[in-house]
Write a protein that binds this ligand. Structure first.
Ligand code: ATP
Length: 484
């Protein structure tokens, strides 16, 4: 059997559309760029991933609780968090094509090209210049100088005709209430879910009997007016985050940071992602965000290259201190046992649900040639698969249909299953392969005699004959024991 792994993002984009995983938003009107809708298979996959994360946080840990905060928050929140002032990306426009780019990303791509040509010294020198932008003339000016002195051309038009570099705030603004429309009514769509956790820190502490160390987890939408957003669900303007803020005693933060980094990599592997496609990329000290003492990205090898899927950050007491300052409400913790009072440090784990969904699709994708026939198959962990089993009568005969429907109904309570009688059995297998369905159950005439069915396994296409009353147990076992 010959196997080909994923070599381009386009294949996932096209499978997502043809099989109903992910569609362009408002497609009948020409689409809305960087916004996507999940179809029937996509929403099941996304919810399964969400369920795994929620369980790994709030069920497996007895000291992590959940919240579901509103998307709209008091505007002062974003002043305290630093987003109004500093949540900017440096952008530059190609005057000829009118396309907009992130200035730092243009330089990153340029460095990559130089490195690929083998000139590591030059690449290192430029990387250092990029890491220290803002220390010479100012961020925008430093980036502009590099682009001009390196003669970096526009990737789409090839022109070297740039505007200045300008800062662009990524928050979406709107007006709150119906009466007036002045600056006082400005409200933001949250650019991250984390602040909904910080502003509820005291509520949770006062009502949940949690003691430090403890975590608060949240899953929800976030909105960023990204400058460059041309990479499918990797970079969207409306996306979903799964964030957990872990409140710890200062001094224990470094050990907790290391522990969470390890815990989170293990989670990705437990989802079935192959270890060789995951890596940790620590942020160099001179690139750390102003509030962070340490930070690392968990990266996945997407077809567009190694890219961040999750960030782990030691945020110190920055957020709680700033909210104390801006709200006037103390955010301290009183350690009764040791009679100590302090503002906790926070270790943050922040993973994008859409980037995780894309990672699962990319990692699962295979094109296989088997005895002259080819198939596309998504070999994802069965616990994530949108449909657990396809149930087929071999042909459209009432007695076969009746038993197949009976089996379908007996499984429905416990598993998401799908009855299918359209087309040849081979076609039906291929449809389920492309949807990542791990088991296909076929009812044939032999089975009518002895109350058995065949189970065909997605990964190796082997088939077993199994008693009808054993089908649920076989599926259950497969969900538990699967390995990448
Ligand atoms: P990047 O450097 O790729 O822009 P970031 O460092 O700004 O990402 P964080 O602010 O750390 O990202 O957000 C945490 C997670 O949220 C990211 O690891 C990513 O999975 C997800 N995320 C951030 N921005 C987007 C986006 N525009 N579209 C989809 N997911 C996103």
């Amino acid at each position: 059997m010959s196997v080909t792994h994923l070599d381009s993002l386009e294949k996932i984009v096209s499978l997502s559309k043809s099989r109903g995983f992910i569609f362009q938003s408002s497609e009948i009107y020409g689409g809305l760029s960087a916004v996507y809708d999940y179809g029937p298979l996509g929403v099941e996959l996304k919810r399964n991933i969400q369920g795994e994360w929620w369980k790994a946080m709030t069920q497996v840990h007895d000291n992590i609780v959940g919240v579901d905060a509103a998307i709209f928050m008091h505007p002062k929140v974003w002043e305290a968090s630093g987003h109004v002032e500093g949540f900017n990306d440096p952008m530059i426009d190609d005057k000829q094509s009118k396309k907009r780019y992130r200035a730092d990303m243009l330089i990153e791509q340029h460095i990559l090209k130089i490195r690929n040509k083998g000139d590591d010294n030059k690449a290192d020198e430029l990387q250092h210049l990029l890491n220290t932008t803002g220390t010479r003339k100012g961020l925008c000016e430093d980036l502009y100088d590099i682009i001009i002195s390196e003669e970096i051309k526009s990737p789409d038009s090839g022109a070297f005709d740039w505007t200045e570099v300008r800062q662009f705030n990524l928050m979406f603004k709107t007006h709150y209430g119906a009466v007036t429309k002045d600056e006082d009514d400005v409200i933001y769509l949250r650019p991250e879910t984390a602040q909904g956790i910080f502003v509820n820190y005291k509520n949770v502490l006062d009502t949940s009997r949690v003691q430090i160390p403890f975590g608060i987890a949240q899953i929800g939408k976030a909105f960023r007016n990204e400058v460059v957003a041309r990479q499918f669900v990797f970079r969207m303007r409306e996306f979903e985050q799964m964030e957990m803020q872990y409140f710890v005693e200062p001094g224990t933060d470094e050990a907790e940071y290391e522990k969470w980094l390890e815990t989170r990599i293990a989670w990705h592997k437990k989802l079935g992602i192959r270890g060789e496609n995951l890596r940790v990329s620590p942020h160099p000290e001179d690139k750390l965000a102003h509030y962070a003492r340490a930070a690392a990205d968990i990266q996945y090898k997407y077809p567009i290259g190694w890219q961040e899927v999750e960030g782990i950050h030691n945020r110190t007491d920055f957020d709680l201190s700033r909210h104390t300052e801006y709200s006037g409400k103390k955010m301290e913790y009183f350690d009764q046992k040791n009679q100590k009072r302090y503002t906790p440090y926070v270790i943050e784990t922040s993973v994008g649900l859409d980037r995780t969904t894309l990672m699962v699709l990319c990692d699962a994708y295979r094109e296989e040639e088997v005895e002259g026939e080819s198939r596309t198959v998504l070999k994802m962990h069965p616990k994530l698969a949108p449909t657990k089993a396809g149930i087929f009568p071999l042909i459209k005969k009432p007695e076969l249909q009746e038993l197949a429907r009976k089996i379908e109904n007996s499984l429905r309570e416990d598993f998401k299953v799908m009855y299918d009688e359209a087309g040849s059995i081979g076609k039906r297998y291929r449809r389920q392969d492309e949807a990542g369905t791990p088991f296909c159950i076929t009812v044939d005439f032999e089975g009518l005699e002895d109350n058995t069915v065949t189970i065909r396994y997605r990964d190796d296409m082997k088939q077993d004959r199994v008693a009808v009353d054993q089908v649920a147990a076989v599926i259950q076992e497969g969900l538990k024991t699967w390995q990448a």
